[in-house]
Design a protein around this ligand. Structure first.
Ligand code: GLN
Length: 280
């Protein structure tokens, strides 16, 4: 017989590799028990049933080996929306919420715009935009069937009917149309980047992270074809690495985009760039 408190103390010691061992243990415990976090503290002496305790301990062992919390719970919160994720989708990051915020500043509340999200993964950006701007028509693509399934499932969970999903290698399968805004969080990590062997990214899909020797492969494809899909004066907003501002600006300029603007994330790092498809 083991109590809530005892089980959590043991788990925290086992995980110890993670900075947030206690928090990780609590999140996983609450997932297994379907508890609110406050219940851990209001019922510390409660006995945990054997089957739950066994399941919890197997999750703790996986966490100890580095598996991301989001993979163990199968979900991640993004823009205050609970999103289902799996091993074929990137785990949505708080930095990308900034991309949503920046995009929303471009879209008046009652605008009826066509928006394209390239490489949607679990649907994070498309779903956040669709929920904030119900009158906009959103198209979201991904090359991976399992990722797209997750994105569709998330759109259904949040009862969003203004997103159309396409299985597509970037623009390839998108029906011809003009978008007022294209957004993307593409893969942008260099293939020999040391971060790929650290933390959560070790368990995330390479396809969603890595983009050739300079990390620019996907961004170049997106920029190279964007004009065929953008209305006149429309915008393209793209997330990129903290050290890619220069390369991204050059790529935007090469394809004749104007009014380039780079935005920083909350830690002050360059994180996304926007350009305008000015035609005159
Ligand atoms: N921002 C992610 C990271 O640092 C990478 C996401 C991406 O490549 N789109 O791990």
């Amino acid at each position: 017989m083991v109590t809530v408190t005892e089980l959590l103390q043991k788990a925290e010691q086992i995980i110890n590799s993670s900075e947030n061992a206690r928090l990780d243990a609590e999140i996983l415990f609450c997932e297994v028990m379907q508890f609110n976090r406050s219940r851990i503290y209001s019922h510390p002496e409660q006995i945990v049933p054997d089957d739950k305790s066994t399941l919890f301990q197997s999750l703790i062992e996986q966490r100890q080996q580095g598996r991301p919390i989001a993979h163990l719970t199968g979900k991640k919160e993004f823009w205050s929306l609970a999103l289902a994720i799996n091993k074929d989708t990137l785990i949505p990051r708080p930095e990308t919420e900034l991309l949503v915020e920046t995009a929303l500043q471009m879209i008046p509340d009652d605008a009826i715009l066509n928006i394209l999200d390239l490489g949607t993964g679990c649907g994070a950006i498309a779903i956040a935009l669709a929920s904030e701007r119900p009158d906009c028509n959103i198209v979201a693509t991904d090359i991976n069937t399992n990722a797209l399934m997750m994105a569709k499932k998330n759109a259904t969970t949040h009862q969003l009917e203004n997103i159309h999903f396409y299985l597509s290698n970037w623009y390839q399968n998108i029906p011809s149309q003009e978008f007022d805004l294209i957004v993307s969080n593409p893969p942008y990590i260099k293939q020999d980047d040391e971060h790929l062997s650290q933390g959560d990214v070790r368990f995330e899909p390479e396809l969603a992270l890595v983009a050739g020797a300079d990390g620019m492969q996907a961004i170049n494809i997106i920029l190279g074809n964007a004009k065929q899909y953008l209305a006149s004066n429309a915008y393209l907003l793209i997330e990129h690495g903290y050290d890619q501002k220069q390369l991204v600006h050059e790529a935007f300029l090469k394809h004749d985009f104007k009014q380039l603007k780079t935005f920083q994330d909350l830690s002050g790092q360059d994180r996304m760039t926007m350009g305008n498809n000015q035609i005159n």
